[in-house]
Design a protein around this ligand. Structure first.
Ligand code: PEP
Ligand code: MN
Length: 261
């Protein structure tokens, strides 16, 4: 049985979401090529950054409004729902027109004004963990998202800051297990931002399955070396396809099924 994303929130327990796509939308060709691979792999959602919150103002900031028509074209061509990170409440009207799931990034987990506005919407929201947020702070941020009636909230563990920079962040898989045991939240894992290293992503994705995660989000790129953001952690299409095969083999062990678009 295949569950569609639209039916997902009615019974999320036995389901597994796969979100894949580039860190940033860079061009029409890049997005459409990636979207085809994501659709063919049987994943749930295509991702792609429209607005990027970069540490340096000199780094690529995303295509911004120029990306919306590319998103529309990719969705129409491949029939995949789309998730993007919102960085400002003024983007809400365009997100309502073009985006199916809204992502709140790690840097905005504490942006309570934004969370309150999103809590009024009828769109699913993925809330990433702040990179220094405690579990209590993260859960309370999710409470803000639910406060206006939004009951389609998904948490995403993306690693927290540690003392060692060999990996970009420290993937806190115990947080997944904790949330599944002690809360009613749906929890995803982003092994790309957690590790910052494409060679580590597949192992952490598979570990997430057995930690009880309800899904994963991975960054992929047609040519990671040329990526305008987060190239070192982006999977090639080939590595992504291999990971998807492995995920499909492993999901029966946790009695879960992939949610298809
Ligand atoms: C992202 O998913 O593109 C992203 C910026 O992630 P995070 O907010 O976890 O850093
Ligand atoms: Mn990224």
């Amino acid at each position: 049985m295949t569950v569609k994303l639209t039916e997902y929130f009615q019974d999320a327990k036995q389901q597994f979401l796969v979100v894949a796509g580039p860190c940033s939308i860079e061009s029409r060709e890049q997005l459409l090529d990636t979207a085809k691979v994501v659709a063919d792999s049987g994943a749930t959602l295509l991702r792609g950054g429209i607005y990027k919150l970069r540490t340096s103002p000199d780094s690529f900031q995303g295509l911004g409004e120029d990306a919306y028509l590319l998103v529309k074209e990719a969705k129409e061509q491949l029939g995949l729902p789309f998730i993007a990170e919102i960085t400002d409440p003024r983007q809400i009207p365009l997100f309502q027109d073009y985006v199916d799931v809204i992502q709140v990034g790690s840097r905005n987990m504490y942006n309570y004004a934004l969370l309150k506005e999103l809590s009024e919407l009828d769109l699913p929201v993925v809330l990433k963990r702040g990179f220094s947020a405690t579990l209590d702070e993260w859960i309370k941020a999710a409470d803000y998202l639910r406060s206006g009636g939004n009951d389609k909230v998904i948490l995403c563990e993306r690693g927290i800051r540690g003392f060692d920079n060999k990996t970009r962040n420290v993937l806190d898989l115990a947080s997944v297990s904790y949330l599944k045991k002690y809360s009613d939240h749906i929890v995803m894992v982003d092994p790309s931002h957690a590790t910052g290293d494409s060679n580590l992503v597949a192992d952490m994705a598979k570990a997430a399955i057995f930690a009880g995660a309800d899904g994963i989000m991975v960054e992929i790129h047609p040519n990671p070396e040329q990526a305008l953001s987060d190239g070192p952690q982006a999977l090639t299409f080939q590595a992504y396809e291999k990971l998807m095969q492995e995920i499909k083999t492993l999901l029966p062990y946790v009695q879960k099924e992939l949610v298809r678009s």
